[in-house]
Every structure is written in structure tokens, then in C-alpha cells.
Design a protein around this ligand. Structure first.
Ligand SMILES: Nc1ncnc2c1ncn2[C@@H]1O[C@H](COP(=O)(O)OP(=O)(O)OP(=O)(O)O)[C@@H](O)[C@H]1O
Ligand SMILES: [Mg+2]
Length: 173
């Protein structure tokens, strides 16, 4: 049971329905230790899944960008991409043996362009099904390390391109 937070969660859910440009599609829950930030992220994720969205649930620990572009996004793309997407996927990283995607040209791409290309490819597939992608990042500490900056920049691009994406973060202060 979520005590006293129904409105916030409902508003987050509505922002997913409202479409690109809804301000709550970029939400930062902040507060001291134990105040309920992780709880809010979980509730936001549930809300997104209820609406048919895909969810990547992460934490701001070392290797975050790597996990996104080598693990989460390739998996979602392989699961959702289908054969029509393979052409676009060439050159992205993907775990071996997944849907025929190859490692070959992976290293040529800087991480941020890999992230952008993958978000683009995935949101294009999802748009056909009228859903989107939520990425949540827990445990953001005061210091914004490079991965978070890059992820933030790529979200800005995605928002500007009216893609069906949302971000929810938990920031410990
Ligand atoms: N709205 C709520 N209703 C009921 N229980 C809650 C609510 N918010 C938080 N809790 C409970 O309070 C405890 C702390 O919440 P949570 O782990 O989400 O805090 P946090 O802000 O993420 O803490 P930390 O900064 O240490 O990660 C948990 O046991 C959680 O189940
Ligand atoms: Mg927490």
C-alpha cells in the first residue's frame, strides 16, 4: 500500500498517456534516506507497465551506460525488434546469439550515439504499438557522473524528437 502518494503516481501515469511534451515524463523524486524514493520509482514502473510500456529499471552505479547499451536495450530490441528491425540494428551491440544481431561494428560507436540509436530504434518499434519506454534510475547521488550526463542529453534529444520515452530518477540529497 502506498500511503499518501497516489496523486503523484497518478500524475506520472497520466503523463505517459498525455504524450510527448508532458512535463512529468521527466520526473525526479528527491529526499533524504528512507523517505520513499525507491518506493515511488517502483510505483511509477508499475504504472507504466500497466499502460503497456517497457521499463528499464536501473541504479546510478558504475557501468550504468554499459548496462544500458550492452544489456537492457539490446535485449528489448531483440525481443521487440523482429526481422524488420535487423537492418537498422546493424552495428549495435548485442549479446551473442540474440536474433542474429552482431557484435562486429560495436566498438566504432561512442556510447552516447549507441544509446541514442537504440532509443530511436526501440521507440520507433514501440510507437507502432502505441507504447513507449520508461527508464528509471535509482540512487542518484549529488555528483552527476559522465554516464548520467550522457543519458540526460539523450533524453533531451528523445523529448525534442517527440519520442515515447519517460525518465524517472531518485536523487538522494
Ligand atoms: N508512500 C509509502 N507508503 C508506504 N510505505 C512506504 C511509502 N514510502 C516508503 N515506504 C516504505 O518506507 C521504507 C523506505 O522507503 P524507500 O526504500 O523507498 O526509501 P528511499 O527514499 O529509497 O531510501 P534510500 O534513500 O535509503 O534509498 C520502505 O520500507 C518502504 O516500503
Ligand atoms: Mg532507495
Amino acid at each position: 500500500m502506498l500511503v499518501g502518494r497516489d496523486d503523484l503516481i497518478e500524475q506520472f501515469g497520466e503523463s505517459l498517456d498525455d504524450g510527448p511534451g508532458a512535463p512529468r515524463r521527466a520526473t525526479l523524486y528527491t529526499g533524504a534516506r528512507g523517505v520513499g524514493k525507491t518506493f515511488m520509482l517502483n510505483a511509477a514502473e508499475d504504472e507504466a507497465r500497466r499502460g503497456g510500456w517497457l521499463v528499464i529499471s536501473e541504479a546510478a552505479t558504475p557501468g550504468l551506460m554499459d548496462r544500458l547499451i550492452r544489456d537492457h536495450l539490446p535485449w528489448l530490441l531483440a525481443a521487440r525488434g523482429g526481422s524488420a528491425q535487423k537492418r537498422q540494428l546493424k552495428g549495435f551491440s548485442a549479446p551473442a546469439g540474440m536474433g542474429g544481431l552482431s557484435w562486429e561494428t560495436v566498438e566504432r560507436y561512442p556510447p552516447e550515439s549507441g544509446l541514442r540509436s537504440m532509443i530511436n530504434a526501440l521507440t520507433e518499434v514501440l510507437a507502432k504499438h502505441a507504447t513507449g519506454l520508461l527508464i528509471t534510475i535509482d540512487e542518484i547521488l549529488r555528483k552527476l557522473f559522465d554516464d548520467l550526463r550522457q543519458i540526460g542529453t539523450q533524453f533531451q534529444h528523445a523529448f525534442r524528437e517527440n519520442r515515447e520515452v519517460a525518465f524517472a530518477g531518485a536523487w538522494v540529497y
